[in-house]
Design a protein around this ligand. Structure first.
Ligand code: ITT
Length: 186
């Protein structure tokens, strides 16, 4: 088994990542080192900046990931501010903002940075299109999962198991690409 550290405070992300990387022979170890999230317009910038910050303090092979929910009718809000918005107005606040709004399209985006000591990080994005439900459904997962219905599914991420969510999700898509890259590298 190869070890890879996931620098994150989010256990849900660790679970989803573990399910994808374990079959490849990687044990994912959570390390909640914390790193400042730079105020930027894109998830990529946040991930690149975070990765270089962690690389200065940690000398192993690691990943970090930045993710967010981009809602069409709100011009991409909350996007890079997803964490703050979740912790402040929460799911109820988002549902209120979308009250009587017909266009409920949204996209979840994820960007992983895979880092080896002394090397430039590999940046791996993934996306999942869907819609915002009219009420909360399910209590699995984390964050916005109970209000996000991915295209092609009849239930929200909040009603899915980790395996099911990985089949549709932004993180699952990014991890598919990451696993191909890791296979080619090994
Ligand atoms: P890190 O320590 O890895 O940064 P975090 O929870 O702060 O963990 P992000 O900054 O990447 O994660 O994500 C911003 C927010 O977007 C996160 O707090 C969730 O509320 C939401 N989010 C991200 N991915 C999600 C997912 O798969 N399902 C539901 N909500 C998600």
């Amino acid at each position: 088994m190869k070890k890879i550290f996931f620098i994150t405070g989010n256990k849900g992300k660790v679970q989803e990542t573990t399910r994808k990387l374990l079959p490849l022979g990687y044990t994912v170890m959570q390390k909640d080192l914390g790193y400042p999230e730079v105020q930027a317009d894109t998830l990529e910038e946040v991930a690149v900046w975070g990765a270089s910050h962690v690389q200065q303090r940690f000398d192993g092979c690691f990943i970090i990931e930045d993710a967010g929910l981009f809602i069409d009718a709100l011009q991409g809000f909350p996007g890079v501010y997803s964490k703050y918005v979740f912790l402040t107005i929460g799911l109820e606040g988002i549902l209120r903002l979308l009250e009587k709004v017909e266009n409920r399209k949204a996209v979840f985006k994820s960007v992983y940075a895979y880092c080896e000591p002394g090397k430039k990080p590999l940046i791996v994005p993934g996306e999942c299109e869907g819609t915002i439900s009219t009420k909360k459904q399910g209590n699995h997962g984390f964050g916005y999962d109970p209000i996000f219905l991915p295209v092609g599914a009849e239930k929200t991420f909040g009603e899915m198991t980790v395996e099911e969510k990985n089949l549709y999700s932004h993180r699952g898509k990014a991890l598919e690409k990451l696993t191909v890259m890791l296979r080619e590298k090994d």
